[in-house]
Design a protein around this ligand. Structure first.
Ligand SMILES: *[C@@H]1O[C@H](CO)[C@@H](O)[C@H](O)[C@H]1NC(C)=O
Ligand SMILES: *[C@@H]1O[C@H](CO)[C@@H](O)[C@H](O)[C@H]1NC(C)=O
Ligand SMILES: *[C@@H]1O[C@H](CO)[C@@H](O)[C@H](O)[C@H]1NC(C)=O
Ligand SMILES: *[C@@H]1O[C@H](CO)[C@@H](O)[C@H](O)[C@H]1NC(C)=O
Ligand SMILES: *[C@@H]1O[C@H](CO)[C@@H](O)[C@H](O)[C@H]1NC(C)=O
Ligand SMILES: *[C@@H]1O[C@H](CO)[C@@H](O)[C@H](O)[C@H]1NC(C)=O
Length: 318
């Protein structure tokens, strides 16, 4: 396989590699340099030679890529540049990947004295999230573990932010894992995983955390309405999942569309509507809000024009 030329090359390559003291580091071509490229880009490894050079070669670690103009590497991504100047012996590595990172050596044999130019190729990879937890729904008080994995060179740093229902962003923690112990409803919302390493813009992905909690009635205001007018009792309940509502007068369940009543429930709010308030309508109503997590109720009074008529609505017109 190996002809005499090859043998000569191999022997001085061997000398260069095995006796690191041998390469003359005094020459200006013996600069140790780093070349930084992004994964997928092309890297040009430059080597200056002078006209007295008898043999040149490019090596990747201990593997010969090019010996003179002869290509030894089987990798189609490695090409010898059209070196216009006689003092230039440069190669290009196309579509660089992380395995290409490492030392490259341009070996020069001048008057039987070996010299070398070392180039350290550094491959950068933009931060990218490779895996992240799926959206979760949990009950209040349970624990949640969120995970976000990212690749990148230099290694991507990971931070978590919480975007609350009110819209504000808040830093939560750093690292792949986010643990929410005994979660509260305030901790529900969108969690953003941000992976960054300064190579390009950050990679951001989101996880939705839904916290189920039993309803609590946030609005239940008693209302004064004169006889003969349209009356509305309003009940508002915060709950996840959304609450279902029921209305009662004393122990009697009120149904939509019966006795001149309408129950209108939309989102977190339920309205009990009286088309035409009569004396008999005055009294103590109960709004019941329930979901899979629990049940609660609140009393709401429909009273006449005067508050002091509450206890005996029949006297409201005195
Ligand atoms: C070149 O990279 C190597 C390895 O990453 C590092 O140790 C060295 O300090 C760098 N040299 C220069 C000149 O940046
Ligand atoms: C350089 O050597 C490494 C390790 O053998 C290899 O994985 C990589 O593909 C080589 N790169 C080039 C451009 O020859
Ligand atoms: C993401 O991580 C989960 C949990 O560790 C694992 O089950 C899943 O296979 C991973 N998905 C991918 C695409 O790596
Ligand atoms: C409301 O009811 C009273 C008594 O039943 C009736 O006289 C009045 O016309 C009603 N008003 C409306 C707007 O229906
Ligand atoms: C309304 O009824 C509830 C119980 O059903 C009771 O606790 C509350 O005191 C009553 N309110 C009035 C003003 O009577
Ligand atoms: C309202 O809640 C109380 C206890 O919280 C319960 O005793 C009562 O029966 C409830 N009322 C209705 C109408 O559900």
């Amino acid at each position: 396989m190996c002809n005499s030329v090859c043998f000569i090359i191999l022997s001085w390559v061997f000398a260069v590699l095995v006796f690191p003291g041998v390469p003359a580091r005094s020459g200006d071509s013996a600069l140790k340099d780093n070349i930084t490229v992004r994964q997928g880009d092309s890297a040009v490894l430059k080597c200056s030679v002078d006209s007295k050079v008898s043999r040149v070669a490019w090596l990747n670690r201990t593997t010969i890529l090019f010996a003179g103009t002869e290509k030894w590497s089987l990798d189609p991504r490695v090409i010898l540049m059209e070196n216009t100047a006689i003092t230039e012996y440069s190669i290009q590595i196309q579509n660089v990947n992380v395995h290409d990172e490492g030392p490259y050596v341009c070996s020069i044999l001048t008057n039987k004295k070996p010299k070398s130019t070392k180039v350290h190729l550094i491959v950068q990879v933009p931060a990218k999230i490779t895996n992240i937890s799926k959206d979760v729904t949990v009950n209040e008080g349970s624990s949640v573990n969120l995970m976000c994995q990212a690749v990148g060179r230099p290694e991507a740093s990971i931070t978590w932010r919480h975007q609350s229902a009110r819209g504000g962003h808040k830093f939560v923690t750093e690292g792949e894992h986010l643990e929410l112990i005994s979660i509260t409803k305030e901790q529900s919302g969108t969690y953003e995983c941000i992976a960054s390493n300064d190579i390009s813009s950050s990679d951001i992905r989101r996880v939705q955390v839904t916290v189920n909690y039993p309803p609590f009635i946030s609005k239940a205001r008693s209302t004064g309405t004169p006889v003969g007018q349209r009356g509305v009792l309003q009940c508002e309940a915060s709950a996840v999942p959304r609450a279902d509502f029921e209305w009662y007068k004393e122990d009697r369940r009120l149904l939509n569309g019966i006795n001149g009543l309408k129950i209108e429930t939309q989102g977190k709010q339920s309205l009990l509507i009286f088309f035409n308030v009569s004396e008999e309508d005055y009294g103590n109503y109960t709004c019941v809000a329930m979901n899979t997590m629990g049940i609660t109720n609140a009393s709401i009074i429909l009273y006449g024009e005067y508050r002091n008529a509450l206890k005996s609505p029949k006297n409201s017109h005195c």
